[in-house]
Design a protein around this ligand. Structure first.
Ligand code: DP6
Length: 325
């Protein structure tokens, strides 16, 4: 392969699922059991730098300036898939402008950026769907961060299909992320999903109903129907967390501030404000709203005891190459 020398940097933004990916149909290939639908953010980013070094004896990884050998195996698997296992060893450096491993989809942004940087460094030219599928092998949600705006992932018969169903300028949704805990989550989503599939009595029902939720969300996006999208997204999120609560042993990512934020969002909505919440595998609450109400939502979330910080983002682009340095 025509490996490039020099540092190749790509950037990707995390995405927030409104219809969740929670469960796998193929553990080996990390294929999701169902489809999902998400929004790609613009204000949060992860940058991945890949530099092949023919003289190096081993791959190495730094995350936020610190060596991270524990995270290396997954990164190496991804590099091997993109560039082949006979590639030169590589130095990988990752940097993010938001807390990593705390339920903010950091692995999604990281692997989306990694496949883009690694394919360029290896001189392989792949279309966005192929890159998305490779990113999804390491982290199912990463497949969606290759695309902009509102993104739909279909499980497909053999491999996922992913597409942007609304460009970022097509529907100006805004997302406020209430950070309620900056620590890494107690249990990773891969392990949590496995436990839900094996022990929650509701898992089968969840999988069976995902197609209907996805369809409802797609229709809401096509019609730019905020209320309909919010209704399906909030219920879908609570269904996913119900699987966790009904697993053995139960998985609870929420804290008091998480619940306080959910209540604050419900109160705003009852008062006529266009807003809904979603929560992933962590205690942060993401409130989705429209531009003219973002300040009000921010203020309400900020007054919930235990909220440490609020991040604010519009919808953003898919993963892409930054200049080579
Ligand atoms: C709750 O993509 O992190 O954010 O494929 O096992 O790495 P793996 O899981 P991951 O799970 C994301 C779970 C979620 C929902 C979602 O993003 O759809």
């Amino acid at each position: 392969m025509p490996y490039r020398t020099g540092r190749i940097v790509a950037q990707a933004q995390p995405n927030i699922a409104l219809v969740k990916y929670w469960g796998k149909r193929d553990l080996e290939r990390n294929l999701p059991a169902t489809g999902s639908l998400s929004v790609t953010l613009d204000a949060l980013w992860t940058r991945m730098a890949v530099e092949f070094d023919p003289s190096a004896k081993a791959d190495s990884l730094a995350v936020g300036g610190r060596e991270a050998p524990d995270l290396l195996p997954r990164v190496v698997r991804c590099l091997d898939m993109v560039a082949g296992s006979d590639r030169p060893r590589a130095r990988i450096e990752s940097e993010s402008n938001f807390p990593v491993g705390a339920g903010l989809a950091s692995s999604a942004a990281a692997f989306a950026a990694l496949v883009v940087a690694a394919s360029r460094a290896a001189g392989v030219s792949l279309d966005t769907l192929s890159l998305a599928r490779l990113a999804g092998r390491q982290s199912g949600s990463a497949a969606r961060s290759l695309f902009e705006g509102v993104v739909a992932l279909d499980p497909g018969p053999d491999d996922v299909r992913v597409e942007s169903i609304a460009a970022r300028g097509d529907w100006p949704l805004e997302v406020l992320v209430a950070i309620t805990d900056r620590n890494a989550k107690p249990i990773g989503s891969t392990e949590a999903m496995r436990r839900c599939a094996e022990t929650s009595p509701f898992y089968r029902y969840w999988v069976d109903r995902q197609g209907a939720d996805l369809e409802a969300a797609r229709r809401a996006v096509a019609a730019r129907d905020f209320e309909a999208l919010g209704a399906v997204a909030e219920q879908n999120c609570l269904k996913m967390h119900s699987l966790m609560w009904t697993s053995r042993p139960p998985i609870v990512y929420w804290n008091d501030a998480t619940v306080g934020c959910m209540q604050a969002v419900r109160e705003l909505a009852a008062d006529g404000c266009p807003v809904f919440f979603t929560i992933d595998a962590g205690p942060q609450v993401k409130a989705v709203t429209l531009p003219h109400e973002a300040a009000r939502v921010r203020e309400a979330l900020g007054s919930v005891p235990g909220v440490l910080e609020i991040l604010h983002s519009g919808l953003g682009p898919g993963a892409r190459l930054l200049e080579s340095r």
